[in-house]
Design a protein around this ligand. Structure first.
Ligand SMILES: [Zn+2]
Ligand SMILES: [Zn+2]
Ligand SMILES: [Zn+2]
Length: 215
């Protein structure tokens, strides 16, 4: 088995100034404390992360598209061993945090900077705030983010262990909200599985799944 790197780069974009903040997170620092990555502008937006005893990393990431933080749970193995992965906004589907080695993170930051300017141009937006929701209270129009967090963890965990199956067997897999909960789908063959979960408690019952087959 390869020795896993003990450090990972992580980046997010500040919802207020739009600038990217990149940090280096070490396994030891994370075991000892909560790690906070802060934008240098006056908004004081911050990405917070900590690790729990069961080896799960909890992250709270500012979302450029919703102007609120989203929370995620990622396994320690995934966080420190994958060279490149993203956390995406459950509502817009846009990537809001970039984790991996330095080269991948900086490449993804420039790729998404281009995507962002293209998006703003399409929407004829002059400032970031033009594409962000105004005066929206949490829970007003959005489904419960905790349901997404839990089911995303279920899917990523099964996928990492090779226990997520679909007809093509390739993935990648993604999640989307449905009326009755969420659906995981294979981007290659289109197979799906519906999670019937509209509350976090029901979503947590899926944590005990041993495997999952998309049809
Ligand atoms: Zn900022
Ligand atoms: Zn968002
Ligand atoms: Zn497939």
């Amino acid at each position: 088995m390869a020795v896993s790197p003990k450090q990972r780069h992580i980046a997010y974009r500040c919802p207020d100034c739009g600038e990217a903040t990149v940090g280096l997170v070490g396994r030891f620092a994370l075991s000892a404390n909560m790690v906070r990555l802060k934008c240098s502008c006056s908004s004081e937006s911050s990405l917070d992360m900590n690790i729990s005893g069961d080896g799960k990393i909890r992250l709270s990431v500012p979302c450029l598209f919703c102007r609120q933080n989203h929370s995620y749970v990622v396994s320690e193995g995934l966080f420190f061993e994958k060279d490149r992965f993203f956390l995406s906004c459950p509502y817009s589907g846009m990537d809001i945090a970039f984790i991996g080695d330095e080269d991948n993170v900086s490449a993804d930051l420039s790729r998404t900077a281009d995507e962002l300017s293209a998006l703003m141009k399409n929407l004829e937006a002059e400032e970031l705030s033009d594409i962000q929701p105004q005066d929206m209270t949490e829970g007003e129009i959005l489904p419960d983010p905790a349901v997404y967090d839990t089911l995303r963890f279920v899917v990523k965990d099964l996928e990492a262990e090779g226990k997520l199956h679909c007809p093509c067997g390739n993935g990648p897999y993604d999640l989307r909200f449905t009326d009755g909960g969420m659906q995981v789908w294979c981007e290659s063959c289109g197979a799906t599985y519906d999670f019937k979960a509209t509350s976090p408690t029901v979503a947590e019952e899926y944590l005990s799944l041993d495997s999952l087959t998309l049809k």
